[in-house]
Ligand binder design. Sequence first.
Ligand code: FAD
Length: 389
Amino acid sequence: MIVVGAGPTGLTAALALRAAGLPATVLEAEPADRARPGSRALFVHNRTLRLIAGLNPELAEEIAQRAVVWPTRETYYRGRLVYSRSYPPHSGGLPPFASLRQVETERLLLTACERAGVRFEWGTGVTTVSTGPEAVTLETGDGRRWTSGYVVAADGARSAVRRSLGVQLHGPRPRGFHVVVDLAEDSNRPMPPRRIFRYEHPALDGRTVLQVPFAGGWQIDLQCRDTDAPATFDSVEAARRWLPAVVPERYRDRILWVARYQFHQVVADRFTDEHHRVLLAGEAAHLFPPFGARGMNSGMADAVAAAEAIAAADADPTAVPRYAARRHAAACYNRDAAGAALRHLRPGRAMRIRQRCCATLAPVVPALGRWLETAPYGPRQGPSTESKY
Ligand SMILES: Cc1cc2nc3c(=O)[nH]c(=O)nc-3n(C[C@H](O)[C@H](O)[C@H](O)COP(=O)(O)OP(=O)(O)OC[C@H]3O[C@@H](n4cnc5c(N)ncnc54)[C@H](O)[C@@H]3O)c2cc1C
């Protein structure tokens, strides 16, 4: 079987195909020695760890061991603490979540794939796809042709496979952006691992900012206004100017990566082709704002479901259509949930008033502080990842 793309979705799909006893070849456009950018998806949900454990228990353990599980969450409103909670250290079994840079998660997945016998073709970008009732044919930029019974298309947001199939993405692409900065931890004087959310931070002229620890550093996520000029915030020089409002001065010179990110909330109109031979997965099929950590996590859930569907498909012709319907529904759920989170992060007038009232009353009604803490991530529940496709 062929998987297109060696991001977290494609690597998980390849591992899941091998776990199902099927051969797996990954076609990846970039070279083997590529440098992947920045932290991106940090947060691996417990249910994703459990999915990975179902394929390879040692891999799930290793991801958990290399990650940070922060014990404390704090929320501030205009500089005033409105919520704080600390948890006892995690013991036994998989942790409730794991925070590590996506590049590290990918590195561990890649090693597990290689050990499981996945074949990799680096520098092999897919250009066109044609499907028939029996197989899929792919052409790659180097002029080669590839045939496979089924293909998992995990080639990311600009998916060539999706475009070749004529599949469209639908949903809002609102204006606005946020800026993500990675900082290396200062190992001489590390900050305590707390996840800190600051609504309307006074030192940033009322912009909201999120501070998330990962193994070896911090991700700082600044919500910019629609009227903000990107250049004021989204370069290393610009970040050096505004970062001291959030973290101690010494972190100014510890910037690893700065990126600007938009809030697309789009889902492919279908997750398979007319012959049910190509299965779209991950960002090839959907793009969400990152709040609630639904991007990479849902891509990995797609990947496992896709491999299960392929393993069943020859005996059960409904397997791939069921995959397509179930993961499309999951993507719509995630898109809407991430959209709900976005309404808290980029509030209109009514939401802003509600947040202000809750912050005022939080000292006497702790549930309101808890709401301010949890709302920016959207609903806690997600669509089932334990699906039969
Ligand atoms: C700033 C930022 C912050 C984020 N934060 C979070 C977060 O906190 N939580 C979260 O869950 N998600 C987050 N995300 C999203 C997360 O990074 C993505 O959801 C994830 O990378 C998607 O994985 P993927 O494998 O589907 O796609 P990708 O990671 O894009 O991988 C696609 C792969 O396909 C390859 N490829 C592309 N075209 C071709 C082709 N034609 N042929 C062959 N190969 C091809 C690419 O080179 C790449 O290796 C964030 C993203 C960004 C940018």
